[in-house]
Write a protein that binds this ligand. Structure first.
Ligand SMILES: Cc1cc2nc3c(=O)[nH]c(=O)nc-3n(C[C@H](O)[C@H](O)[C@H](O)COP(=O)(O)O)c2cc1C
Length: 346
């Protein structure tokens, strides 16, 4: 008998964000108690199937997307669920509360979530203290960086550079988040000129840090599924021109086309503002990944994310040109065995 659907039905009676925090604390605690972590690993983890991507060796193709472990408090426990990499964050330089609650909504009829979290978090200093000094060879950690709400857009580069300095020594790769729909103005950083300015500064910072770090830290750019073809072309030009190491496609969408009319009729939650994730996002993310691969040839590494809820979705995303995959919403609807299930199906 499958246990998770019963647990999920119970959990879904409670507020979505509260349940998220409870789950995260439990997984975090489990990861800190060695015998428990060992049992979890035994149960959930498959033998490694190493994949080389942007100079790193990942134990498998599937990672946890940003937003689940924003403050880096549970990544060791989450890794015991079988993920090949964990993307911590989005981390902002200073702590901030995020948007007013409620800000996370479930749409079970559509296997989807809508969130307008707005980067709540304890800030860079706290997250750095969680990550510790020594990187582990078995666990790939990415840190996803964003600007504070009260940092004016013209000064966003300063936030990202300060975050780069803090997290480059502590992570395996960095993800530059310019695509969350819940921080006003953030997505304007995807426009050609703004992106060029940001990525050029990061490129210089990386060159300067190379000797001190003893390695070249990969930088990826996380993009929105709502870019039109011309905007996507601009982003890819700049990403390649500034020698970034890849793209993460995609973040949540502000569109609601993926929700069938029945779902829209059934739940008023569908009209909440914020980013939509899960099943209705899949076709949009898939088509972005396909376009990026066609446009970027075989050179540009892609992490495909958005609505991967089954092994067939995962296979389709790889078929469209993704090198690695990430999930978030599938973990909420499918539970902890989801990772094993998806990896087995590949
Ligand atoms: C509650 C929630 C919070 C999120 N927070 C972040 C975040 O802080 N930074 C980020 O880059 N993406 C964030 N995301 C987006 C996910 O990383 C992912 O790109 C998106 O949900 C699509 O994947 P999925 O359909 O598998 O969930 C968040 C998603 C959700 C559902």
């Amino acid at each position: 008998m499958r246990v998770y659907p019963l647990v999920r039905d119970l959990l879904f009676h409670f507020d979505a964000e509260l349940v998220h925090h409870l789950t995260l604390s439990t997984i975090g605690l489990a990861g800190k108690i060695s015998p428990v972590a060992g049992i979890l690993r035994l149960f959930f983890t498959l033998p490694p199937q190493p994949v080389e991507c942007f100079g790193l060796t990942f134990p498998n193709r599937l990672g946890l997307a940003a937003g689940y472990d924003k403050d880096g408090t549970a990544y060791r426990g989450l890794a015991c669920l079988g993920f090949g990499h964990i993307e911590v964050g989005t981390v902002t330089l200073r702590p901030q509360p995020g948007n007013p609650k409620p800000r996370l909504f479930r749409l079970p009829e559509a296997q989807a979530l809508i969130n307008r979290m707005g980067f709540p978090g304890k800030g860079a200093k706290f997250v750095a203290s969680q990550l510790g000094k020594s990187r582990s060879p078995e666990l790939i950690i990415g840190v996803n960086l964003g600007k504070n709400k009260d940092t004016p857009l013209e000064r966003a580069v300063e936030d990202y550079l300060a975050l780069f300095d803090i997290f480059a020594p502590l992570s395996d790769y960095l993800a530059i988040n310019v695509s969350s729909p819940n921080t006003i103005g953030l997505r304007q950083l995807q426009a050609r000129q703004a992106l060029e300015k940001l990525l050029r500064s990061l490129k210089v910072q990386r060159q300067q840090s190379h000797q001190k770090l003893g390695r070249r830290i990969p930088i990826l750019v996380k993009i929105a599924p709502d870019l039109d073809d011309r905007e996507l072309d601009d982003v890819l030009d700049v990403v390649e021109g500034q020698e970034m190491d890849g793209v993460i496609a995609t973040n949540t969408t502000i569109q609601r086309h993926g929700l069938v009319p029945d779902v829209l009729k059934m739940t008023s939650v569908a009209t909440e503002s914020g980013g939509l994730s899960g099943l209705p996002l899949f076709s949009l993310s898939l088509s972005m990944v396909r376009k990026i691969r066609q446009r970027g040839g075989n050179r540009l590494p892609i992490i495909g994310v958005g609505g991967i809820m089954s092994a067939d979705h995962a296979k389709a995303m790889l078929g469209a040109g993704a090198d690695l995959l990430q999930i978030y919403t599938a973990l909420v609807y499918g539970g902890p065995t989801m990772v094993k299930q998806l990896l087995r199906g590949l």
